[in-house]
Design a protein around this ligand. Structure first.
Ligand SMILES: Nc1ncnc2c1ncn2[C@@H]1O[C@H](COP(=O)(O)OP(=O)(O)O)[C@@H](O)[C@H]1O
Ligand SMILES: [Mg+2]
Length: 402
């Protein structure tokens, strides 16, 4: 019996389509001599489907006819039950469609990449690739992520953050704080989206108000950042776990505007989206040795500080015309980590000597290793306090403590 990999993708996320592309690339890269692949598509409504028709990106043009060829499925939130069940129970026979051995989530964005889905997998206890609940949640929230990186002396841009309600309650105070701390221009972002959705650049107070009002449509948590001048963006992928990891070569994504847009990232100026692999870029990035090494170091530190796992991509920003320090580096800031990067960053790994099928194999092995390691930790005490007899005063649950 081959190991059966369940690849989950889609989801209730603004990056739904990008996830379909990334997953299709990943599924085709998995070595079929060794593994079976079960595609599980999460619709925009949050329902799960499986079927062979899900392998081909062309089929997603007409979702209704695609789903008509698929079966709706689910897993139960029960520890150790790795079965995939048919939602429509057959009159005769079992409702178990198949059993998964390991899961690879290829999901991007809020509601899926932020630990919510990982929590389901963790509840079931099935081995899965990529970050756990804690790392996923910290990695998705641009505010929490920056707080952690700052505490670890990893350079990030100055920022001011607030909630939508605070914005309505004390807008003038927040504007004054932003102007004093950051000045203009600034970048305004919803804290927990991706693919540049809801992100804008403000050059004055009026634009600031506009952009915050726009970002507020997407998230309750908002961040306003110092805008890096003469921006040079560099991406570096990291693979492994927080004890043992390695960094890829660097890429420099290119944009024609102030900020890298959704179209820049995924359409590559050509017809037909090919995901992150198709974006316009300089690859490998053309940087002096000192800056390359520093960026790779910062990417690794970011991965470690956030306790990441599997494959991530760390995006940094260089202030183009800033002075070079003693080691020859300009100002470099870590912008963000993507804990499930577009196209699983396969093009960065291929450029680093790791083929896509090897990357997928590595992700599976890392998932199994984490499961083995977790199995060695104590999760409960054998002693049952309820059997102690007389030891529990009054028997009131409230007095048991935790
Ligand atoms: N502080 C900043 N200064 C200058 N440009 C920025 C800044 N933050 C983001 N950008 C631009 O906006 C793009 C999207 O922002 P990012 O934080 O990476 O969000 P997303 O999660 O949507 O990719 C970046 O790729 C970059 O081009
Ligand atoms: Mg980004």
């Amino acid at each position: 019996m081959k190991t059966n990999i369940g690849v989950f993708f889609g989801g209730r996320s603004t990056e739904h389509e990008i996830s379909v592309i990334s997953a299709s690339q990943a599924m085709h890269a998995i070595n079929r001599d060794k593994y079976d692949v079960t595609p599980i598509y999460i619709s925009k409504q949050g329902k799960w489907y499986t079927g062979d028709a899900l392998f081909d990106v062309a089929n997603y043009r007409d979702i209704n006819s695609l789903l008509a060829k698929c079966q709706e499925v689910y897993m139960r939130p029960i520890y150790d039950d790795y079965n995939l069940y048919k939602t429509k129970k057959p009159l005769f026979g079992t409702d178990v469609l198949t059993r998964l051995d390991v899961v690879i989530p290829v999901l991007h964005g809020s509601n899926v990449e932020d630990g919510i889905f990982e929590g389901v997998l963790q509840t079931i206890g099935i081995p899965y690739a990529g970050c756990d609940v804690l790392a996923s949640a910290n990695g998705m929230d641009k505010i929490t992520m920056k707080m952690i990186l700052q505490a670890c002396d990893i350079p990030v841009v100055d920022y001011v953050w607030f909630t939508d309600k605070q914005w309505f309650a004390k807008r003038d105070e927040l504007i004054a704080q932003i102007e004093n701390k950051l000045g203009y221009p600034v970048i305004v972002k919803p804290a927990n989206l991706g693919s540049s959705v809801g992100i804008g650049c403000a050059h004055n107070r009026e634009e600031l108000i506009d952009k915050v009002d726009a970002a507020e449509q997407y998230s309750t948590r908002l961040i306003v950042e110092y805008m890096v001048k003469d921006l040079q963006e560099i991406n570096c992928s990291v693979i492994g776990d927080c004890n043992e990891y390695r960094m890829s070569v660097l890429e420099q994504p290119l944009t024609s505007q102030d900020i890298l847009t959704y179209t820049d990232k995924y359409m590559g100026g050509t017809k037909g989206a090919k995901g992150m692999a198709a974006s316009q870029k300089k690859f490998p990035a053309d940087l002096p040795d000192a800056e390359t090494k520093r960026i790779q170091f910062l990417a690794g530190e970011t991965f470690r500080a956030l306790s990441c796992h599997g494959v991530s991509r760390v995006d940094v920003m260089i202030e183009g015309k800033s002075e070079r320090d003693a080691s020859g580096c300009r100002k470099i800031f870590v912008n963000e980590i993507n804990t499930i990067p577009g196209s699983l960053s396969f093009y960065l790994w291929e450029g680093s000597g790791l083929k896509f099928d090897e990357e997928m194999e590595h992700l599976v092995q890392l998932a199994l290793k984490r499961k083995r390691e977790q199995g060695m930790k104590t999760v409960s005490y054998d002693q049952n306090i309820f059997s102690l007899g007389g030891g529990i005063k009054g028997g009131k649950m409230g007095k048991l403590g935790k």
